[in-house]
Design a protein around this ligand. Structure first.
Ligand code: ATP
Ligand code: MG
Length: 576
């Protein structure tokens, strides 16, 4: 409830003020209105968090509304994916709606506009309309069809609706002002002819309404109080208001009685459009169109490729939904466009996973280490805490034996300055075991080190007098005999420049794909990771956070994705 007493954004302040003034009778109703023409991306997460968050915090409602007025680009696959993504982010809708639910309403409203002299059928082609529209500095010119009689307009519009005319032959246009400073008010189209099959309404309609017209009516029908959208719609707000003023839906009983009878809110009080800045992240692109191109051209492995900035990609990558919600809450809601560093999002992911992910041992680039003085059948079971900062996670058994896998990079035959791990003749602490000394190295015919022969200082085992003996490095390991094999996918940023959208150098975002964004390795995991559920997340000590891949991970074939490294590797190489 603190959200109500201390609003943290100008939009929440507006809601508080409206509640105080009784503008909407204390009601708060929002909606999230995606067009089902692709998968949702991280930017949509901002809008979802905002709309559903306000409804939650002000005891209001939020609808999920599919803005499906353009059947050329839309598909049920996207509808299902969007529903799943919204739920995954932790939200649920009051009502599931489609703009297409209101096709009859839009049509009746159009007839009202024609009858009141506020709309006309225009025969200009798309090119001619453009030519007549004028420019920012020049007024437009009236269409020669602007003065058609109401009767003629009604007749032509009926015939448009009956499918008599070809695609693009005519449009229905609002009659506003061809000299308006705001070009959006220069007689914008309301309906166009498109003989396309619609996913919900089939072939019932050969004409489809335009976004600006359909959106405000949909809001009014649903009784939306605060219609939140991104800044590019600021110049469309006068049109939003104009349509609603002309139609006066709640008070026009001929229009609203059938709606109310059909269970639609159609509350009095006009929805208010409020614009906010889009959320942007560096090192990524966030446009369904561009993401679609990456998928269609096979540059990524589908919409839910763990490198994709889609919500389904983030999910498969192992980003916790709470991290995405927190990220956008911290980013705030303003009218100022800005770009947030990708590292900030990763920071939120680390924060959640640090608290929630149990620790495990895994080796992703294995090198054999043999404790030569132990017997071949030497077997011990060690106890490891599952979380260093939270005892509630408990402990687990970790088998220890003569042959271990360690990380190849934890050994250097010729150490560079400052290397504190294992070197020939040197010592290192094996995590939870004690101090090992490298006595000998074994190489294959090519000179590659394939095995390290070590001895363990028994006096440094846990509980022994020398357990606290200082040694510079501590490394992790897994028992070779007990380890389970896994495919591990190491992901990095999909783009290697901060602003892939910047094409001023003649290159496009497709030229900036990071070739090192995916690396697949064979890894060895401690046996307690056998059979963990898909989507479970773990910290592999020293390596990062990992998730069991929701598509490919099986009980008998483990597949893990690296969610994020433990520290931000990009902060160093790419100062910003
Ligand atoms: P895209 O260009 O990626 O397709 P869009 O705005 O056309 O984005 P819609 O499906 O129309 O996508 O968006 C649904 C809602 O999400 C809209 O209210 C839109 O303003 C909002 N939205 C889209 N992208 C962002 C973003 N980056 N930040 C905040 N809100 C966004
Ligand atoms: Mg869109």
């Amino acid at each position: 409830m603190t959200a109500i007493s201390t609003p943290n954004s100008f939009i929440r302040q507006i809601v508080v003020d409206d509640n105080a003034s009784g503008k909407h009778g204390g009601r708060v109703a929002t909606r999230f209105p995606p067009e089902p023409n692709g998968y949702l991306h991280l930017g949509h997460g901002k809008s979802i968090g905002l709309n559903f968050g306000i409804a939650r915090d002000f005891a209001g409602t939020c609808n999920l509304r599919f803005d499906d007025t353009n059947p050329a680009r839309e598909d049920v696959e996207y509808v299902e994916a969007i529903k799943e993504d919204v739920r995954w982010l932790g939200f649920d809708w009051a009502e599931l709606r489609h703009a297409s639910d209101y096709f009859e309403v839009f049509h009746r409203c159009a007839i009202k506009l024609i009858e009141t002299g506020k709309a006309y059928v225009c025969d200009l082609s798309a090119d001619e309309v453009r030519e007549y529209r004028g420019t920012l500095t020049e007024p437009g010119r009236d269409s020669p069809y602007r003065t058609r009689s109401v009767a003629e307009n009604l007749d032509l519009f009926r015939r448009m609706r009956d499918g008599e005319f070809a695609d693009g032959a005519r449009t229905l246009r609002a009659k506003i002002d061809m000299a308006a400073g705001n070009i959006n008010l220069r007689d914008p189209a309301i309906y166009r002819i498109r003989k396309l099959t619609h996913q919900n309404t089939g072939d019932a309609w050969p004409i489809y309404p335009m976004y600006d017209y359909a959106h405000c009516i949909s809001d009014a029908v649903e009784g939306i109080t605060h219609s939140l959208c991104t800044l590019e719609f600021e110049d469309h707000r006068p049109l939003y208001d104009w349509f609603l003023d002309q139609l006066d839906l709640p008070h026009d009983r001929a229009l609203s009685d059938p709606l109310r009878a059909a269970g639609f809110a159609c509350e009095p009080g006009t929805p208010q459009q409020i614009e906010f800045a889009r959320g942007n992240l560096d090192y990524t692109v966030m446009s369904k169109r561009k993401l679609m191109a990456l998928v269609q051209d096979g540059l990524v492995d589908g919409w839910d490729d763990p490198r994709m900035p889609t919500l389904s990609g983030a999910r498969r990558r192992g980003f916790p939904p709470a991290a995405i919600r927190t990220f956008w809450e911290r980013a705030g809601v303003t009218k100022q466009n800005s770009v947030i560093e990708y590292g900030v999002l990763e920071g939120c992911v680390r924060e959640v996973l640090d608290a929630e992910a149990p620790r495990r041992l895994a080796v992703i680039d294995p090198l054999k280490l043999v404790l030569t003085h132990l017997g071949a059948d030497h077997a011990e079971t060690l106890r490891f805490p599952n979380h260093p900062k939270n005892e509630a996670f408990g402990e687990r058994d970790v088998p220890f034996s003569r042959e271990l896998w360690i990380e190849r990079e934890d050994f250097m035959e010729e150490p560079v300055k400052g290397f504190h791990r294992l070197v020939p003749g040197g010592e290192v602490r094996l995590r939870g075991v004690g101090i090992a000394r490298c006595e000998d190295i074994v190489k294959d015919a090519t000179g590659t080190v394939v095995e390290l022969h070590c001895t363990l200082d028994a006096d440094t085992r846990p509980g022994q007098p020398g357990a606290d003996r200082k040694v510079k490095g501590t490394i992790h390991w897994v028992s070779a005999k007990h380890a389970i094999a896994a495919e591990v996918r190491l992901y990095d940023r999909l783009f290697d420049v901060a602003d892939p959208d910047d094409d001023s150098d003649g290159k496009t975002y497709r030229d900036h794909l990071n070739p090192a964004s995916k690396r697949v390795v064979r890894a060895w995991l401690e046996p307690s990771l056998a059979g963990v559920p898909v989507e479970s997340t773990w910290q592999f000590e020293r390596l990062g956070y990992f998730v069991a891949d929701r598509r490919d991970h099986r009980t008998d074939a483990a597949v893990f994705n690296r969610v994020v490294t433990l520290r931000d590797a990009w902060a160093k190489v790419a100062p910003r």
